[in-house]
Design a protein around this ligand. Sequence first.
Ligand code: DOR
Length: 398
Amino acid sequence: MGLLIKNARIIDVTQDFHGDIYIENGLIKEIASKIEKDGVEILDCHGKTIMPSFIDTHTHFRDPGLTWKEDIETGSRAALRGGYTGVCTMANTNPICSTKETLDYVRNKSKELDLIDIHQCPSVTKNFDGVTLSHLEELKDDKGVKALSDDGVGVSNSNTMLEAMKIAKENNWIIMSHAESPEFSKVDMRIAENMMTMRDVELAKLSGARLHMCHVSTKEAIKYIIDAKMSGANVTLEVTPHHIGLTRDVNDYRVNPPIREKEDVEAIINAIKLGMVDTIGTDHAPHTLEEKKKGSPGMVGLETAFAICYTNLVKKNNISLNTLSKLMSYNPANLLGMNKGKISVGVEGDLVLVDTDTKIKVSSSEFASKGKNTPFEGMEFYGDILVTVKGGVIKYKK
Ligand code: DOR
């Protein structure tokens, strides 16, 4: 059956108008100021805003092996509750995702659940050992692989990273870099990020590989990546909601990379205004509260990302909702090769209905995620997720 979306403010990367959208067989079939149909399901939006659903370029679902923190089902439900229908999951599971077997485990489970689309990243180095690349041979014929990452630790050996980039280039894979130099991480986390950013950008220039810099957080790294982009380097820049929404003096919640200074947040926002940021990735990193007490880095992010970004970027910094849609939907979908992220005929009918006027109070007890580890507990933001639609099917309704 088709789904007719009526009376919506329709926003995507380039559009902003009032109208209706009709989805049939999973794809957007018609867009017009008024559409009438008999015998179809109707979602009346009462003038609220419909956007392409969000796609997260950076998520940790902890499945296989660490499922007391999160599993594919709870992670997918958290994604839907946050307006996401696609995520790119990182490889730091147990086992580390270095084999086709683990990739297939995630894919099959996600297919069975039929909640969201998951692109599972295989690791750059085998089992995150930092040097072995032989497992990549097995993945060469796997058309589902789009990006590799050792996120959580990074690849410390420069020559290994160069070799990995050469293989990635041959196979048209993206290298997603967690920029943290282990030599400096105990000394100074700013230098740790900056040094690795410079190295990976230089290696990408040398190898010609597609490089995606994850969770960029310092003003120096931002500047370095912008300069590289201006000189034609094949690099994309991801920022997180928490590095936009928090500063260290107010809330130094433990996460890697750490919460930074006011000037770093300003650098991120300026880079967004300059059109130099490509994606917002949540770095959704569920841990139990016990684990957090013992120092595990990271926070959950899928269920708060839109509200934090809408409030801080659109409300406070006059960035357009079109730009936010570009960072949360259009660019991530392009990066991951998904037929989503914009509202146009023939694109998958993955949409999110948001209420931009109502304030919400973050309450982790309401999260669909197993992880309740958020520094935003009790804080108020504009931007409520009302309905998430995937392929014309309502998968979440508040
Ligand atoms: O704080 C973090 N937590 N940063 C990462 O890169 C990994 C993540 C995790 O997996 O817990």
